[in-house]
Design a protein around this ligand. Sequence first.
Ligand SMILES: [Zn+2]
Ligand SMILES: [Zn+2]
Length: 380
Amino acid sequence: MKALVYHGTKDVRIDTVPDAKIEKPTDVVVRITTTNICGSDLHMYEGRTDVEKGKILGHENLGEVEAVGGAVVSVKVGDHVCLPFNIGCGFCANCERGLTGFCLTCALPGSAGAAYGFAGMGPYSGGQAEYLRVPYADFNCLQLPADAKAKESDYVMLSDIFPTGWHATVLAGMNPGDSVVIYGAGPVGLMAALSARIRGASKIMIVDRHPDRLQLAEQIGAISINDSKGDAVEQVLALTEGAGADCGCEAVGYQCHDHHGHEVPNLTMNNLVSSVKATGGIGVIGVFIPKDPGAVDALAKKGQIVLDFGKLWSKGQKIASGQANVKQYNRKLRDLIHAGIAKPSIIISHELPLDQAPAAYKNFDERTAGWTKVILKPTA
Ligand SMILES: [Zn+2]
Ligand SMILES: [Zn+2]
C-alpha cells in the first residue's frame, strides 16, 4: 500500500509499504478515505520529537471497514467509521474511567496513552496511508450514520480536533454565559471557539496573528485579537472591563512564537495567567512534551517553562491539561454534526490526494497563507 513515511527532519515521502493487516482477532483494517494533517504532526516533521524513521504518520482517520478479526462483534465489513486518535483498550484502570487518552494497556511500558503514527505513543502505524490497522476495534470504532459520505469532511474532525477543542473548554471549566479567551487560531483553537459557541459562551476572544485564521475565527463567532498589532493581554483586558476572561484555553503548545518569530515556550501560558480573571480556569490542550532536544534553551530541552506561578496562585486560578479523551465526546459531537448544529469542515482549506501530502506538509509547516487545514484522500 502507499503511505506517508517519516524519513527525517522535514523529509516525509510517499513510499510503498506492506499492507496493514489483522494482527490480533480484536483488530479491524480500515480503508482510509479521509485522513488529516494535524498541527501536532508538524512537531515530528520539524524533528522536534524522538519519532523513529520509517513511521507512517497520521492520527486523524476515517474510512470504510475492509477486514474484521474473528473476535470483533460490533463492526462489519463496509461500516463507515471514524477512529479516535488515541487508542484505548476499554478495560484498563484509565479506560474504565473514560480516560481513554491515557490507556495503560496500549501505551508503551511505563507510560500512559497510545495513538496512531505518533512519537512516544506506541508502535502503531498512522493512517496517512491506504489502509490502517485498528486495535480493539469494538471499542475504538465510532460508527457513522447514513450521511457518512455526504458529511465525511465534518465527521473526520471527530478523530481529534473537534473533541480536542471541546475538551479545552471543559478543562477550562467553561460554563454557559462565560467569556473565554483562546490562544491560537489554528485548527484546534478554531474548534475550541466552535465548541465554546455551542456550549453557550457569552464572549469568545481568540488570539493569533495569521489573517486567514483570524477571519475563520470571526466566521465562527469569535472576536479576533491580532497580537502583532498590540499586546494580547491588554486587548483581552480592554474587552473584559479590566477583569480578564472568565476562563481561557491554550491551543498553541511548546513551539509558540512571539510576533517577531522568536520561539518563547512560556508565552501563551503566562499570557493566559494575565488575561484570565482571578479564580478562572485555564485548559491546556496545546502540546507540551517532556523532552525537546531541539529546544531554544536548557529549560525547554527538559520540557520546563518559567511560569508566573506567584501571579497564578494569588489569582487562585486552576490549570488543567492533557490530550483529549476523544471517546468521552465523539458520539455526541457526531450527533451535533448529523443534526446540522456543528459544521467543523468550515476550516478546511485543501483537499488533496495522498501523493501531494509531502508538499502539503511543507506548506502547512511554513504557514503559507491560506493553508489552514489539509485533508488527504488516500482511496476516495
Ligand atoms: Zn491531531
Ligand atoms: Zn485502556
